[in-house]
Design a protein around this ligand. Structure first.
Ligand SMILES: [Zn+2]
Length: 105
């Protein structure tokens, strides 16, 4: 599949212009709404290994990247609290996903 890196550093399908990590996430999880955001777990935008991708809401995604105001405030109070919140979200998401996967298989 011909691909190129866009100005934001993401790989896109050269024929459809679709973001490749979004199509891979849709294929892996079987769903992806336009509001869903796809997160690269290792923070490498070019690592589109299916296991490196997770589907998050905008708020969850902002929290993980430290862009959410509430978490930023808590980070200022105590950094450990912020990272505990991030870990919980990742943990809960993985739990949810593994139960979803076992139900559908
Ligand atoms: Zn992300």
């Amino acid at each position: 599949m011909p691909a190129y890196i866009d100005q934001n550093g993401y790989l896109r399908n050269a024929e459809t212009n679709e973001l490749i990590h979004r199509s891979i996430a849709r294929e892996k999880y079987g769903y992806l709404s336009p509001e869903d955001q796809v997160h690269h777990i290792d923070r490498n935008k070019l690592n589109n290994d299916p296991d490196n991708l997770m589907i998050l809401s905008k708020t969850e995604h902002e929290i993980i990247h430290g862009k959410n105001e509430l978490v930023n405030i808590s980070n200022k109070i105590e950094y450990a609290l912020g990272s505990a919140i991030i870990k919980s979200i990742e943990y809960i998401w993985k739990k949810l996903h593994s139960s979803r996967a076992s139900k559908s298989s």
